[in-house]
Design a protein around this ligand. Structure first.
Ligand SMILES: [Zn+2]
Length: 266
């Protein structure tokens, strides 16, 4: 199924649609060439604030820091200093990585402290490595028939923001695409999770564009409106895709049996 079919409300029962969140550089260097060769059109969800490579997401900064630590053979003093900043304890490198990568958004400011500690100049890093796709790359992909959608401006945990702030983060990201490219459709995917997103926000988005398609990641479920599409993640490379698809479909039947197939919004 192509994104175009979705916009024309022309969906098949057993169709599938691929989408990729966050707009990292690999979308352009790895995924785009493969999909182009296989003639599969996908949707890419991006955060406009990161597109210029002037700022990035704290989770991605953590990856940059882990690569740096690896280069330094996970020097004990460095790990201890970082664990102290976040007040966690760990037993071995794997547990350190696990705890460091699962820090919460409200601790994201402290990631800058770590960058300072390690003398990593993040502005230089972003400028040099360009971890996010650029406007030129987006333009090229759109010309090739690929679709883009908003993923909020800055990838915040929406539930921590006020109603108005949430709405601005979401709608500004969709409008940014419309203003910068020849896009007249509205696609949006929720950052982190769509759980706890209010019915009011969803209703306002459906009102903003009556043909909007909103994407969540709650698995194969039915949401309060047909225009809200639930996805499941295939991003763990350790899991075989065929197996994941079967698992998710079995889980769908299980949810139907226990009455959790329909998502209730408050
Ligand atoms: Zn995301």
């Amino acid at each position: 199924m192509a994104p175009k079919d979705l916009l024309e409300n022309n969906c098949h029962d057993n169709g599938f649609l691929l989408s990729f969140d966050d707009g990292l550089q690999e979308v352009y260097t790895e995924i785009y060439p493969i999909l182009k060769k296989k003639n599969i059109k996908a949707i890419f969800f991006i955060n406009p604030n990161f597109i210029g490579n002037k700022e990035g997401l704290y989770k991605h900064y953590i990856s940059i820091i882990i690569v740096y630590l690896k280069k330094n053979n996970f020097e004990k003093e460095l790990l201890e200093a970082i664990a102290k900043i976040f007040s966690f304890t760990y037993n071995g490198i794997e547990e350190f990585k696990q705890k460091f990568t699962s820090i919460k958004f409200d601790e994201s400011e402290k990631v800058n402290e770590v960058l300072n500690l390690l003398n990593i100049n993040i502005e230089d890093y972003l400028e040099k490595h360009k971890p996010y796709i650029t406007k030129e790359q987006i333009q090229e992909m759109i010309k090739d028939g690929f679709y883009f959608g908003g993923h909020t401006m800055t990838h915040p945990p929406l539930i921590q923001l006020s109603h108005e702030e949430q709405k601005a983060e979401i709608i500004d990201s969709i409008n940014w695409l419309k203003h910068n490219f020849d896009i007249n459709y509205s696609f949006f995917s929720f950052p982190f999770s769509d759980r706890s997103i209010s019915k009011k926000i969803l209703e306002e988005l459906l009102e903003y564009d009556s043909n909007i398609k909103i994407f969540g990641n709650s698995g194969l479920k039915k949401d309060m409106d047909e225009r809200i599409i639930q996805r499941f993640s295939l991003e763990n490379p350790a899991k075989r895709i065929e197996k994941r698809i079967v698992e998710e479909n079995l889980y769908k039947y299980f949810n139907k049996v226990i009455g959790k197939y329909h998502i209730k919004r408050k």
